[in-house]
Design a protein around this ligand. Structure first.
Ligand SMILES: [Fe+2]
Length: 333
């Protein structure tokens, strides 16, 4: 007989977005409170939550659902792509031609060739699952509601003993949710934390040697990975399926950029520095320039200080994490 202990995870994913906004994040964090997570882990260090998503593994992304998705014949690269041993497999190895009238492209996913490559060791990456799988949309919307940013959900299906991506870091933090099989993650040290999108993606060989932790994710386990932490995963004895929920959170750089757009209302900020190009090359008198610069800084500071928490929270347009609900609500006729 099943008996439920009070407070024990139910294994359910919420059925509707609204009530789930406050429940998915605590669930993903396991025994760590949201307050402790934000203070000690957010963008600082990884958090392994044993069995935090227990019960999801049998409900999310069944093999049949994924096979049905791949067999649709209308999926285009890069919604599905393949990687093996750290390298992307050229798309022409698993795509075919799409022709509509005079339009031609060579990016229509050929599911039979995807399966063949997968059997040869390739990891199948399904991107932007929130647009096609209701359960991914549920997770994305719930996290998006909490972090007030776009969330993308990708799935990685890796054959036993194989590795998809080599050691790399991402410029967005992520929650990894193991759905099936086991995957061993090796995390490496870094000297450059919280990289922005424009920062380099390659991980130097020296860093790859500095392993800071190894975590084996089993079905139902969750790993929070801050942006910038180099990582690589290898599937163990069984094929591994895991989800990655990617958080495109605002940074202070985004907020400073927003403050600059406010400061631009001041004519002084929009002006060109007087006589800058006419400065003599030897012993220039820069006192006028510095005085002007100080006034511009003052304008910017005033604009930045005038921002309210509401302004700061809305400095980037929050794109909908999913299009499923929008399309479902609007009929064509
Ligand atoms: Fe990654």
């Amino acid at each position: 007989m099943n008996s439920k202990v009070a407070g024990e995870p139910t294994g359910e994913i919420p059925a509707a977005v609204g009530p789930s906004l406050s429940s998915i994040l605590p669930r993903l964090l396991g025994e760590t409170s949201v307050a402790v997570f934000l203070a000690e882990y957010w963008e600082k260090r990884h958090l392994y939550s044993k069995a935090a998503a227990r019960g999801w593994e049998g409900r999310l992304f069944s093999k049949a659902a994924i096979e049905d998705y791949l067999a649709r014949n209308d999926i285009r690269y890069p919604s599905v792509n393949l990687v093996r041993d750290g390298r992307a497999i050229p798309v022409d190895a698993y795509a075919r031609k799409l022709r509509i009238g005079k339009y031609e492209s060579f990016d229509l996913i050929d599911s039979a060739r995807v399966v063949s490559e997968h059997q040869g060791g390739a990891t199948v990456v399904l991107q932007l699952m929130q647009n096609s799988f209701p359960e991914a949309a549920e997770i994305a919307n719930a996290l998006s509601g909490y972090f007030r940013c776009r969330i993308d959900v990708h799935a990685f299906i890796t054959p036993p003993g194989s590795q998809g991506l080599s050691a790399h870091y991402d410029t967005a933090s992520a929650f990894l949710i193991q759905i099936r099989g086991r995957k061993r993650w090796r995390l490496h040290a870094t000297e450059f934390q919280v990289p922005l999108e424009e920062h380099a993606f390659d991980v130097p060989a020296g860093i790859r040697k500095a392993v800071i932790d190894e975590v084996v994710l089993e079905a139902g386990d969750v790993l929070y990975l801050p942006r910038g932490v180099p990582h690589e995963g290898i599937a163990l004895d069984d094929a591994s399926t895991h989800l990655t929920g990617v958080l495109f959170a605002r940074t202070w750089v985004d907020i400073l950029a927003h403050a600059l757009t406010v400061a631009e209302k001041d004519r002084r900020v929009r002006s060109s520095p007087a006589g800058l190009s006419a400065q003599p090359t030897e012993s220039p008198d820069t006192s006028g320039l510095i005085s002007e610069w100080e006034k511009v800084c003052e304008s910017f500071r005033a604009a930045a200080r005038a921002l309210t928490p509401g302004d700061i929270g809305s400095t980037r347009v929050v794109e909908p994490s999913t299009r499923l609900g929008r399309y479902a609500r609007k009929g064509l006729s």
